[in-house]
Design a protein around this ligand. Structure first.
Ligand code: 13P
Length: 282
């Protein structure tokens, strides 16, 4: 019987959006996995898991690279590898699994190619394609039906004003609408990831302030409440090296959702190291 992926304590997810050519994506994934680069540490996977979310066109070759990686790992360590060392995701899906839906991508096909995560409701899709909360919730249900994890992007549109507490309240209120819609649409035991990405902090030189993020994430966790399935809350929006460690986001969130600041392998290595330090894995 199919089961949901198990989410460890911390997650580092990377979306390539539409930045890379196919060749760049495959080289990038090989670099992430190359032990010489010291980014993916298989022995840490029960505590920290990385995932790559490439464009649709490169999911299949990425899955092939990952399959080869896992096979080699199992051979060299002489241990069977029941849970993956690295996860693959898609940047969107449709809510139906099959039929006359030109240009859409079926969650069943995404699953069949080896993805465990489907990103949904990103701010760019809302702004450019007018995607709604109701559509995102339907897609989340379809994702869970294929035993994948919905990665639901939430975040307030307007940058905080001068009164911090008001800004936090406003942000939580805006995020709560989609959080509630998604939780009502998916089974209670399905794992789910919420990526808190303040819209005003995406594509910027710097991320949102740690205090703002910590307070909003606390509010989001209260909205999620108690459920049978795991719910992880990540931060995204110009996240990169230097954001996690001492006085940073490590105390507030379950991981980060990286964009541009993960384009260089060195940046990913630094972020991984910061998370490993807070988990006492190094
Ligand atoms: O939207 C994001 C991740 O999905 C964040 O992107 P940037 O880190 O490039 O701002």
């Amino acid at each position: 019987m199919a089961s949901y992926p198990i989410l460890p304590e911390k997650l580092l997810l990377i979306s390539l959006k539409m930045y890379f050519t196919p060749d760049q994506t495959l080289t990038y994934l090989r670099d992430l996995l190359n032990p010489v680069n010291e980014i993916v540490h298989p022995t840490n996977k029960d505590k920290l898991l990385l995932a790559l979310i490439p464009d649709f066109l490169t999911i299949w070759p990425c899955a092939q690279i990952l399959k080869e990686y896992e096979t080699n790992l199992a051979t060299t360590t002489r241990t069977p590898n029941p849970t993956p060392t690295f996860l693959l995701g898609a940047q969107d899906c449709f809510w139906e699994s099959q039929g006359a839906y030109t240009g859409e991508v079926s969650p069943a096909s995404i699953r069949a190619l080896g993805c465990s995560i489907v990103e949904l409701g990103h701010a760019e899709r809302r702004a450019i394609f007018n995607e709604t909360d109701a559509q995102t919730a339907r897609k989340a249900a379809a994702t869970c039906a294929q035993h994948m994890v919905p990665l639901v992007c939430i975040g307030e549109v307007t940058a905080p004003g001068p009164i911090a507490s008001q800004a936090v309240g406003q942000a939580v209120t805006e995020c709560a609408v989609l959080v509630r819609a998604v939780l009502a649409a998916i089974p209670d035991d399905a794992p789910v990831i919420f990526a808190y990405e303040p819209v005003w902090a995406i594509g910027q030189p710097k991320p949102a302030g740690v205090d703002h993020v910590a307070a909003v994430v606390q509010g989001i966790r209260a909205v999620i409440g108690v459920r049978a399935g795991t719910a992880r809350v990540l931060y995204g929006g110009s996240a990169g090296p230097g954001l996690w460690g001492a006085g940073g986001l490590g105390r507030a969130v379950d991981g980060m959702f990286l964009g541009r600041f993960a384009h260089q392998i060195e940046g990913v290595r630094e972020v991984v190291r910061e998370v490993e330090e807070t988990l006492a894995l190094v």
